[in-house]
Structure formats: structure tokens, C-alpha cells
Design a protein around this ligand. Structure first.
Ligand code: KIV
Length: 296
């Protein structure tokens, strides 16, 4: 008896690696709807191709519900920043943040989102010692935490590390200007104005293979110049309006951190709303208003 060949529901050729998802964005993983119809993340390549086309927003997030809020707000790039040390963990700097902290928070954001590109921030000590160390940390952020790419601080001095990580196929975002992990070594959090050094750092990061670069508190005209010179997107924070993207820390956007930098814009005062709601609850308990006795 001749068996009819089974009809394939999906042909591999229908899904090339840079498959356009139904919503027009590009998938971070191969589009395999039969396996997981829910997850289609924006790729680093798609972000890179935004250069010169659209200015886009990026926000940080550190847990599942806020990851979801960010994504629902139409922000499709989320940074799990080592700012988690300041705004969530109660440190007054980022240096104590560990690889385990970033894995834990990245896992949560990944669970809360399905479309956004998740960038895991490499914390202090996770990439400085050797290429091998850097690669091991980056692999953990991708394999264990579900990050789509990683970010690390430094310019020419970190080009070799960027090369090592991108060489293994993990997309990297650079970060120059104010670099909070080592701010104590230089002029702290002051605006960076050393043009030649900044341009050299930015070009080194791009040449090493980064797909985007954060410019933190860089003189606005120098940011404009770097944005014009590079072929990868610049992501500004406190660096003026000329960058290809703008990033802010979630707790600054929402007014949940008391020490927001002057360049940050607070779009809400959620900290105040939360305190008022909690005070109302406390008062109602003390005055025996809550819970109501509805038993009959
Ligand atoms: O850790 C962070 O949130 C960052 C941004 C400020 C760029 O690095």
C-alpha cells in the first residue's frame, strides 16, 4: 500500500531567520508558532537598523509586572540595568550588584514580557578580569536569564571584551560618558566634555562589534557629533536630544526614587500615590473601617 506523504503544516523555507512577525516587527528567536506562538522578540539587528529612521524610547525594568507595563506602553526595548542596585536593592551605588542579581531580575522581566528586546546590564566585576570571565557572564545572562543582549561600560579600554562577547554571537551594547560603576575614579557624575576621547571611545566600541551605544551625560553637541559619525544607534541619557534613542530609569520616569538626576523627567509620582494608598489602608485598619463586617 502506498502511503500518502504527510502534509507539513509549516515549511522551513517559510520562516527565514529574520522572519517578519505578524505585527511587522522581527523575531528574536526563530519564528516557530507551532512551538511557542506567544514569544516573538525584537532582535538586536532590528534595533540597529533603526539608525537614522526612528527615534525610539527605552526604559529600565526589574520585575515582571513593570516589564509588562513598559511593554504595554509600546516600549519594545527594556534594559535590566545595574541601576537595580540604587532603585530596588537600596545601595547608593551600582558596584555591589552581582551577576546573580541581574540574572534574577532579568528572569522576572523576561517572564513578564513577550515582545520586547531585553538587555541585561553586566555588573561591576562580571567582565573586567578577562575575556573568558566576560563571555561566561554574558552566556549566563542569555542562557539562564533569557536576555537578548548585554550591555557593558567602557570605551576603548573594553573593546577587547566587546569583541570576545560578540564573537560568541551575543549582541552587545556599549556605554560611554559617565560610567557609574567607575564614576569614583574620574570626575564622578559631571557632564563629559572631552571630545576627542569620547569620539575615540565611541568609534572603538562600534569597531569592536557593538550594535548600539549608551551615551550617559555627554555634552549635547558631542553627542550629536557621535550620533552623526556612528552607524549604530546612540542611546542618550542626560546627553541631549540628538541621539537615536532615549533611555531613562523606570523609577525616575514613574517618580518612585527620591534622588532622580536633574536630566530625568518624572512623568508621575507613583511613590506618593503608593504612600497615600498605604496610609489610607493603615488608617482604615486603625479606625476599624476595613474590613467591613459583611457577614449576615
Ligand atoms: O543601569 C542603568 O539603568 C543604566 C542606564 C542608566 C543606561 O545603565
Amino acid at each position: 500500500m502506498v502511503r500518502k506523504p504527510q502534509r507539513l503544516r509549516y515549511k522551513a523555507s517559510m520562516y527565514p531567520s529574520t522572519h517578519k512577525a505578524r505585527n511587522g516587527t522581527e523575531s528574536a528567536r526563530p519564528y516557530e508558532p507551532e512551538k511557542n506562538p506567544a514569544i516573538r522578540r525584537l532582535t538586536a539587528g532590528a534595533i540597529k537598523r533603526r539608525k537614522g529612521k526612528t527615534i525610539f524610547p527605552i526604559a529600565t525594568a526589574y520585575d515582571a509586572p513593570f516589564g509588562q507595563f513598559v511593554e504595554k506602553a509600546g516600549i519594545d526595548v527594556i534594559l535590566v540595568g545595574d541601576s537595580v542596585g540604587n532603585v530596588v536593592l537600596g545601595f547608593d551605588e551600582t558596584t555591589p550588584v552581582t551577576v546573580e542579581n541581574i540574572i534574577y531580575h532579568t528572569q522576572a522581566v523576561t517572564r513578564g514580557t513577550t515582545r520586547a528586546h531585553i538587555i541585561a546590564d553586566m555588573p561591576f566585576g562580571s567582565y573586567q578580569v578577562s575575556d573568558e570571565d566576560a563571555l561566561r557572564s554574558a552566556i549566563a545572562f542569555v542562557k539562564e536569564a533569557g536576555a537578548c543582549s548585554v550591555k557593558l561600560e567602557g570605551g576603548r579600554d573594553q573593546a577587547q571584551r566587546i569583541r570576545a562577547i560578540t564573537g560568541a554571537g551575543i549582541p552587545v551594547v556599549g556605554h560611554i560618558g559617565v560610567t557609574p560603576q567607575t564614576a569614583g575614579l574620574g570626575p564622578g557624575f559631571k557632564m563629559r566634555t572631552h571630545r576627542d576621547r569620547l569620539i575615540d571611545d565611541a568609534q572603538s566600541v562600534e569597531a569592536a562589534g557593538a550594535y548600539a551605544i549608551v551615551l550617559e551625560v555627554v555634552d549635547h553637541e558631542i553627542s550629536r557629533e557621535i550620533t552623526e559619525l556612528l552607524s549604530i544607534p546612540t542611546i542618550g541619557i542626560g546627553s541631549g536630544p540628538h541621539c537615536d534613542a532615549q533611555v531613562l530609569v523606570l523609577h525616575d520616569i514613574l517618580g518612585m526614587y527620591p534622588h532622580s538626576p536633574s536630566f530625568a523627567k518624572r512623568y508621575a509620582e507613583i511613590g506618593r500615590v503608593a504612600t497615600d494608598a498605604l496610609a489610607s489602608f493603615a488608617q482604615e485598619v486603625r479606625e476599624k473601617i476595613f474590613p467591613e463586617d459583611t457577614a449576615t
